[in-house]
Design a protein around this ligand. Structure first.
Ligand SMILES: [Zn+2]
Length: 212
């Protein structure tokens, strides 16, 4: 902890050296343009890999960058980001070499986390034909990381929060990105949110309900 506190003091003095009002300005409020939904993996630091600083990015991280519709933590972050902060861009960021995805792809038991990772097994079920057609294990896991990001963007688009936001004049744009640990590069998977409209008749919750 000593190292952390010393690093913090050093960072404060560097920032104040550049701008004596730096912290005063930040304390006035935040207007982040981005919401980052990423993996908890320590090698995927949200602000460092995107070149953003304090005040620019609202962040939610969990194991394997999941968007689970019963996750109150994620839903609260999402609602606040969309309805109060009015972020312009929401990105789901997966990464190759994700331990959570690899664990889900195996049949081993890891404890409580298996219940969280079960959601990735659902991604495997949805894309089983493609997944089993890739014989090389690393290539198969890399593709599963990408498919997981695409499915999480789909999950995101079907939350009531995003469905309602899409009815407004200036809805946030949704992106799915994948980060390569070996290169440090982020790649846009060009997830076509419109392709999810195929299932609109199932997922849409935008009609008024009649009180009974
Ligand atoms: Zn991960």
């Amino acid at each position: 902890m000593k190292r952390i506190l010393e690093n913090n003091k050093k960072w404060v003095s560097e920032k104040l050296n550049d701008d004596p009002e730096y912290f005063n300005k930040l304390s006035l409020g935040q207007e982040p343009r981005y919401l980052f939904i990423g993996c908890s993996d320590s090698r995927v630091p949200s602000t460092a890999i995107t070149g953003t600083g304090p005040g620019e990015m609202f962040v939610h991280r969990n194991i394997a960058n999941m968007v689970v519709h019963t996750d109150m933590n994620l839903l609260s972050v999402l609602q606040y980001a969309v309805e109060v902060l009015k972020v312009k861009v929401i990105m789901v960021v997966g990464h190759y070499g994700c331990g959570g995805v690899a664990a889900a792809a195996s049949n081993k038991q890891f404890g409580l986390i298996d219940n969280w990772l079960r959601n990735i097994k659902d991604v495997m079920r949805l894309h089983e034909r493609e997944i089993i057609s890739i014989y090389d294990e690393e290539a198969r896991l890399r593709r599963l990381v990408e498919l997981n990001v695409i499915e999480q963007v789909h999950n995101l688009s079907k939350t009531s929060i995003i469905q309602n936001a899409m009815l407004t004049d200036n809805p946030p744009k949704l992106y799915g990105l994948v980060y390569d640990l070996k290169e440090g590069l982020l790649r846009d998977l060009k997830v076509n949110v419109n392709s999810f409209k195929r299932y609109e008749h199932i997922y849409s919750v935008t009609e008024e309900s009649e009180m009974v």
